[in-house]
Design a protein around this ligand. Structure first.
Ligand SMILES: C[S@@+](CC[C@H](N)C(=O)[O-])C[C@H]1O[C@@H](n2cnc3c(N)ncnc32)[C@H](O)[C@@H]1O
Length: 340
């Protein structure tokens, strides 16, 4: 059994774990050496992490706060005391909580057993108190929050996201927080942001800009509202069967009809030597919700305005809510050497 959580050890829609060798091969063959890499729709951060060395600057960014916290936990350069965190985690793992809290009232007997939900809410509150009392610094807080998020992902009564839970009687399966697998020596040049990519793009420069936006109407803020809520811990009012909070401010333009306009703005404002775009080929093939928001013609037109475009393809086994994978689900990477 692994002692620590690795960055890829969580379920996340559209994560690129399985195609990392494919992306790496394209970069090796088309670019070779580089100094900086920007993963501007980083999600789990698994792509940026792949290219993280002590000589490379990795810029990571995501609109969702719980992803920003995880990116910071794994890839920031800030100091932390490992022994202290391990001791806190060991104490958390021993807890058994009988009192209700915000988390157990809203999510208990739904996504988690009532006892596990009580424990999760209690631990979250303890992390808040430790930080407010200056017992842990911001990086240590982010490590603890990310450990909590990764550990509960293993026991959540879902198919991997929080749009819905499975209706069944829940047992008290054990969840275990662990230290994260962190190599701070490699992180010395990294920068991590929690911004809209279209705003951040105006302030950064990099050799390689990797774009992995959502490609259909499915909002990540809907799929991961529970982790976002737990990490922010502002205890908002939740609604509906899925118990979601108001996510208006974290809706992505890339999931809306405005996607093409946003994508064009992003590409036109990019200050990079190379642009790589992952965008899959589900256009008009799956159900309505999985239809791609930006057409191939528009992608090609927009990218061509910055330089010569090459397209690389590979069959990608995608995680799609427990159903069988679609055989025609090719993962594509568009590659541009910026010249205009
Ligand atoms: C396809 S996922 C990225 C997956 C990632 N490459 C991985 O391997 O985990 C797209 C990500 O873009 C983020 N996102 C959506 N709109 C955004 C925006 N306007 N600015 C920044 N991030 C955004 C979502 O929160 C989501 O994590």
């Amino acid at each position: 059994m692994d002692l620590n959580f690795k960055i890829a050890q969580r379920r996340y829609l559209g994560n690129k774990n399985t195609i990392l060798p494919f992306i790496e091969k394209i970069i090796k063959e088309e670019i070779g050496d580089f100094n900086s890499f920007c993963d501007i729709f980083a999600g789990t951060g698994t792509v940026g992490n792949r290219f993280n060395t002590k000589n490379t600057k990795i810029i990571l960014n995501d609109l969702l706060y719980h992803n920003f916290v995880a990116l910071n936990a794994f890839l920031s350069q800030d100091n932390f005391n490992k022994d202290k965190i391990v001791e806190i985690i060991n104490n958390f793992n021993k807890l058994s909580i009988k009192e209700d809290n915000y988390f157990s009232i809203n999510f208990g007997n739904r996504y988690f057993s009532i006892n596990n939900a009580r424990k999760i809410g209690f631990i979250r509150e303890e992390i808040r108190k430790l930080f407010l009392r200056h017992k842990i610094n911001r990086r240590e807080k982010d490590i603890l929050l990310t450990s909590l998020n990764y550990s509960i992902d293993k026991i959540a009564n879902t198919v991997g996201h929080y749009d819905a839970y499975i209706k069944k009687e829940l047992k008290d399966v054990k969840f275990e927080m662990k230290m994260l697998n962190i190599d701070n020596e490699k992180n010395i040049n990294n920068e991590i942001y929690n911004k809209d990519a279209n705003i951040l793009i105006r302030d950064i420069e990099c050799d390689i800009l990797y774009l992995d936006p959502p490609y259909n109407s499915r909002q990540y803020s809907d799929a991961y509202h529970l982790l976002e809520n737990l990490t922010l811990w502002q205890k908002p009012k939740v609604e509906g069967v899925a118990k979601k909070f108001d996510r208006t401010h974290i809706k992505s333009e890339y999931c809306k009809i405005t996607a093409t306009k946003s994508f064009e703005d992003l590409v036109m404002n990019a200050k990079a030597k190379y642009i790589l775009l992952s965008y899959n080929n589900m256009a008009n093939k799956g159900n309505h919700r999985s239809n791609a928001r930006i057409s191939d013609e528009d992608i090609f037109r927009i990218l061509s305005s910055r330089g010569n475009v090459k397209i690389f393809e590979q069959i990608h086994k995608e995680f799609n809510a427990g159903k069988k994978r679609r055989d025609d689900n090719k993962e594509r990477v568009f590659f541009v050497e910026v010249s205009k």
